[in-house]
Write a protein that binds this ligand. Structure first.
Ligand code: 13P
Length: 254
């Protein structure tokens, strides 16, 4: 039995299309899960997805969000717009956005607060790269990402998730071992205690991401501080993703 309700999020990145949406959503129709399940498709497909969702427990998430509310910011999408489109959570600061689109910890902090203010769930992504792990500075990298990315955040009793995604595990087939995941998640929870106090830190969910598949789901989620999963490649196969979600749901009540 998990201490916190598991959450499984599919990050489709720049993949998928209407066909995948139909097949994915159809596989969830009429099914109950004791875990929160969300899919983050490319923005353009959110509305298409919404129309199929009435008969499933799926949530829709976004892969990014603007730090701005409105104005002359070409190509941006605001938290308010996402909420109106039926979105319920936003990924913030995914490592691909940090590496390729110049996302900073300070930018992430602004996005996290904006997302909270609009009643959506922010999922702040953090994680070290291979070089940083080899240099033994994983904890100091995470410390900075968390303390800068969450400085002075006003939670107002709302929810917040952290996704630990070691960059070396993303898309490589080399997931972190359950032991590494637990060790790092425990470190992250200690930082959440410093930032928000013990009661809140014990309530917030910490997800693991990086080469998650149906073979490693159970062991990863069996760790006490692994409260959920952020799934990339495996989520593009609807049957595979459903199996991961089913395992998470079973562990929630086992
Ligand atoms: P993979 O599951 O393909 O390694 O991707 C992880 C990820 O980046 C999810 O956000």
């Amino acid at each position: 039995m998990k201490q916190r309700k598991p959450i499984v999020i599919a990050n489709w990145k720049l993949n998928g299309g209407l066909d995948l949406i139909c097949v994915s959503v159809a596989s969830f129709i009429g099914k109950h899960f004791d875990a929160d399940i969300a899919i983050c498709p490319p923005y353009i497909y959110m509305r298409d997805m919404m129309t199929f969702l009435q008969f499933s427990e799926l949530h829709i998430g976004s892969q990014n969000v603007s730090r701005f509310e409105s104005g002359a910011y070409t190509g941006e999408t605001s938290a308010q717009m996402l909420r109106e489109a039926g979105c319920s959570l936003c990924l913030v600061g995914h490592s691909e956005r940090r590496a390729m689109f110049g996302e900073t910890n300070e930018g992430c902090r602004i996005k996290v607060q904006t997302v909270i203010n609009h009643g959506l769930l922010p999922v702040l992504c953090v994680g070290e790269n291979q070089q940083e792990r080899e240099a033994n500075i994983t904890e100091s990298v995470l410390y900075q990402q968390l303390h800068e990315g969450l400085a002075n955040i006003e939670l107002h009793d709302k929810d917040l998730c952290i996704a630990y995604e070691p960059v070396w595990a993303i898309g490589t087939g080399l997931a972190a071992t359950p032991q590494i995941a637990q060790q790092v998640h425990q470190f992250i929870r200690t930082q959440l205690v410093e930032l928000f106090g013990t009661a809140t830190a014990n309530r917030l969910r910490i997800l693991y991401g990086g080469s998650v598949n149906k073979m490693n789901t159970r062991e990863l989620l069996s760790q006490p501080d692994v409260d959920g999963l952020l799934v990339g490649g495996a989520s593009l196969d609807p049957g595979h993703f459903l199996t991961i979600c089913r395992q998470a749901s079973d562990l929630a009540v086992a």
